[in-house]
Design a protein around this ligand. Structure first.
Ligand code: BMA
Length: 851
């Protein structure tokens, strides 16, 4: 068996690491071998900034205004070193040293000899360590990371001025390195450096499995699966124990073998494949459609009686297609929708960014927790955005388990890329081949996408300037990646960019759209020239403009909101906890920093205090996303997906996220949970003032619903009430009720509510929120402490309350529900828990719109 001598899959091995910094080219590996002091402890995978912080060399880079005090880190040369036990390969053996992620320009020295160099944090590099290994004393591994700036000193290619791209001199587009680290409109400038993915040291005998491919060819009536195995056979000729064999077993979710075979590698062949048949398979589904059933695939590489190597994969049987056929009901338009096992789905999704600027420090449990939180708000698709990372294995494993589809960008964002640099092109090819091979077996993988906003921004800029040149990047997105996918993963759909497709690359007629009319004031991109101009006025950026969006699939849209005040207080100095302070403004990376005001003015008005800023921005984000999602979902199947920008944060800043860096849920988290529920009831106002109730059904079963519609005043007087029932077919969306004009209709002092046992309560206001006569007093609150440390908080409406919410200073506190409306006399009980910790009634307070 491939003997794993030292493996650090997810742990801090081999051995302990130490790091030390020098001026570029100040020392040589030979000098460092002789030993020196001043090394500090680090772990791999891990992060240089955090190691420095733990050693007391820097303040926490996220705290206060420390980001700029840490700017020197990127300009130093970083040496990492570690020792591992004495060893030498025996006969017919080799010892491979594999680096799954070195960030970024690394020279690797083993016992003073140069093992190799790397230039891409997104590719794995494997080396045969045999010739440099020692068997008489511990082996010393030294890795030198060169400052990125030195590698691109002689290069130039302008990046675009489209997003906050603060350090243009980073020339980020020349580095195969996470682009967001150079600063983004939601993140700090803290480019990472170091060992960010596991290092593996493996002793192998005769041959080893290089990779396994699992592809669902057919799903019914019996599933047909293609399994391909590729090996490296490296032993000297002349072994007499017969050919190498791959023993393949497929076990169902209960662990029972349902298919299997043994394949032989004949002659010089290093690849072999077979087809397995599974009768009545348990398919892999997203949660609203079924269970995400996982099978186990075991592959054993055998030689004679010996097992040389083995792989165990969790796999799913499912088909995934991207349907871009003509939408006959909207002439001139094409669908952009995913078919999972042949069923058209509405992608209720989010955009994922790296969970921390310290990319090597994110753990499997961080990913698990954040993705579970996404599944809790009824998300069924996560887009891994192109300015971040190809995520760790744990991330995709969690998506497989939770039934979350993954839209996977290749890691390119908002820039032209140097397709005429041979070394860069070669490096991208290595990365693309590696990542496709690594991720292709995940049942969650729904789409490969070329990049973020490359083609669209290039086209937008060309139209503005009148200079029309091909997009520098086409080599990758139109040729290299499609060719690699054809060879390595022909079953997963590919889309060249996001947004992409149609008469222009943000067209509402075909392909996907980024709606940045709301928030950024981008003109809705017409299908012909001329392009409009940016407009930041309140009317231009109002979230009600989502109603004009007739897109096929909205892969980005969103509104910024501050994190909880308690989160800000953990990271900002107390004397900076005011609106407009330097410490507060440092948290806003989008420019101009008061962009949110145009969105607040018509809805809440402008805040007077930081606390109000938090409440108002969270309210506008929540109401705006609700409005947009309801509109887009009513349009299904013409619109078949919404991916909210953005789900999470990489630091404690002010951003579009639903959940902040300290994992405190914003108001939008709760609003999205309701708007993304598989069965949704929502109101639509037509141009003539008519109101409709729509029911949207994302499940595979027809939904029979009941509904009670009530028109009331804010002090609780019922003007009329109507009860109805109906059916909405599987995966359908339709208007089920329309207001009649012979009874009291829309008026600023009224609210129309709907209640049903099949979907969450909803309501429609008829005037701007800031003008509505909500109850002036707070709801009644009764807090009971339970034996398990949790609290039970009962809230009772005095009048009509909007945006009722409980706050807790402790980031661990979670609420069973929050940020809801409460009608006069209505009672709701909220459970507040903090992972088993004791909460007291003083741990929670009622938030207010007015303070
Ligand atoms: C799009 C994204 C990101 C950006 C976001 C908000 O451009 O792809 O680049 O952070 O909008 O501006």
């Amino acid at each position: 068996m491939a003997e794993i001598v030292v493996s650090n899959a997810g742990q801090t091995l081999p051995g302990e690491w130490e790091i030390k910094d020098y001026a570029p080219n100040e020392v040589s590996a030979a000098e460092l071998l002789a030993g020196s002091d001043g090394w500090i402890a680090a772990s791999a995978p891990g992060d240089t900034y955090l190691a420095l912080y733990e050693a007391g060399r820097i303040p926490h880079p996220f705290a206060e205004q420390n980001e700029s005090a840490c700017a020197w880190v990127k300009d130093r040369e970083w040496w990492w070193r570690s020792r591992f036990p004495a060893m030498k390969p025996g006969p017919n053996e080799r010892v491979m040293l594999t680096f799954e992620g070195l960030d970024t320009y690394a020279s690797i020295w083993l016992n003073g000899g140069l093992l190799g160099k790397t230039d891409n944090m997104f590719a794995a590099f494997s080396f045969d360590a045999g010739p440099l290994l020692r068997d008489d004393e511990p082996n010393l591994l030294l890795i030198c990371f060169t400052p990125p700036a030195l590698r691109v000193a002689d290069k130039s290619m302008a990046t675009w001025d489209i997003i906050a791209d603060p350090i243009k001199e980073s020339k980020r587009n020349f580095h195969r390195k996470a682009q967001f680290g150079w600063g983004w409109d939601w993140g700090p400038q803290l480019p990472s450096v170091g060992i960010w993915r596991p290092v593996r040291l493996e002793r192998q005998r005769i041959a080893a499995i290089r990779d396994v491919r699992f592809t669902t060819l057919v799903i019914e009536p019996a599933a047909v699966i293609d399994v391909a195995v590729t090996i490296d056979a490296f032993a000297a000729e002349g072994d007499s124990r017969g050919p190498l064999r791959a023993v393949i077993q497929l076990l169902d979710p209960a662990g029972v073998q349902v298919a299997g075979t043994t394949l032989t590698f004949d002659g010089a062949s290093r690849s072999t494949a077979c087809q397995l048949t599974v009768d009545t398979p348990s398919l892999w589904w997203t949660p609203e459609l079924g269970l995400p059933s996982l099978y186990t695939l075991r592959v054993e590489l055998a030689h004679g009686e010996q097992t040389l190597d083995q792989r165990t994969l969790k796999v799913g049987i499912r088909s995934i297609e991207l349907d871009t056929s003509a939408d006959l009901d909207e002439p001139g338009c094409d669908f952009f929708r995913f078919l999972l096992n042949g069923v058209p789905i509405f992608a209720r999704g989010v955009n994922w960014i790296p969970a921390s600027s310290f990319v090597g420090a994110t753990t499997a449990s961080d990913h698990e927790t954040l993705l579970k939180e996404a599944a809790t708000v009824n998300v069924n698709m996560v887009r891994v955005w192109g300015g971040g990372l190809y995520e760790t294995d744990a991330f995709y494993d969690a998506c497989d388990r939770l039934g979350l589809l993954v839209w996977q960008d290749f890691m390119f964002a908002c820039a032209p890329y140097p397709e005429d640099e041979p070394a860069f092109v070669e490096s991208v090819q290595r990365e693309v081949d590696y990542q496709i091979t690594r991720l292709r077996n995940h049942p969650s993988l729904a789409l490969w996408c070329g990049n973020n906003e490359g083609q669209a921004v290039h086209q937008f800029m060309s139209r503005m300037t009148g200079v029309n040149t091909p997009y520098p990047g086409d080599l990758f997105f139109q040729r290299m990646i499609p060719q690699a996918l054809k060879a390595l993963d022909p079953a997963t759909p590919y889309w060249p960019g996001s947004p992409y497709g149609g008469p222009s690359h943000n067209s509402m007629r075909a392909g996907d759209v980024h709606n940045w009319t709301v928030w950024h004031g981008l003109p809705p991109v017409p299908d012909a020239e001329p392009v409009g101009t940016f407009d930041h006025s309140p009317e231009a950026v109002a979230y009600t403009r989502y109603a004009e969006d007739k897109a096929r699939f909205v892969s980005e849209f969103g509104i910024q909101a501050a994190p909880a005040e308690s989160t800000l207080a953990r990271w900002i100095a107390p004397d900076q906890m005011t609106l407009g302070s330097e410490g507060f403004l440092n948290r806003i990376k989008d420019h101009p920093q008061d962009k949110v005001n145009a969105m607040l003015i018509p809805v809440t008005g402008l805040p007077a205090t930081l606390r109000q800023y938090v409440t108002f921005t969270q309210l506008v984000q929540a109401e705006g996303l609700k409005f947009g999602i309801e509109h887009y979902r009513r349009r299904k199947p013409h619109c078949s997906g919404t991916l909210i920008w953005q789900y999470n944060d990489c630091w404690p800043g002010i951003s579009w996220s639903l959940i902040d860096y300290d994992r405190v849920r914003k108001a939008s988290w709760y609003y999205v949970a309701r708007a993304y529920a598989p069965v949704l009831g929502s109101f639509k106002t037509l141009d003539d003032g008519t109101v409709e109730l729509w029911v949207t059904n994302d499940t595979r079963a027809d939904v029979e619903f009941d509904a009670t519609l009530t028109m009331m005043t804010f002090d609780g007087a019922t003007l009329w009430q109507e009860t109805m029932a109906g059916t909405v077919p599987a995966t359908g969306s339709r208007a089920v009720w329309r207001s009649s004009l012979d009874r009291p209709g829309a008026a600023p002092d009224r609210v129309l509510t709907v209640r049903s046992s099949q979907f969450a309560d909803n309501r429609l206001f008829f005037a701007p929120i800031k003008t509505l006569p909500f109850a002036a007093t707070e709801p009644r609150m009764d807090v009971q402490a339970g034996d398990d440390g949790a609290l039970s908080v009962t809230l009772t409406g005095i009048g009509y309350h909007h945006f009722v919410h409980l706050l807790a200073a402790d980031a661990h506190a979670t609420f069973s529900d929050n940020y809801f409306d409460l009608q006069p006399g209505e009672t709701r009980t909220v459970r507040v828990a903090a992972g088993g910790m004791m909460l007291t009634p003083a741990s929670v307070s009622l938030g207010s719109f007015h303070r």
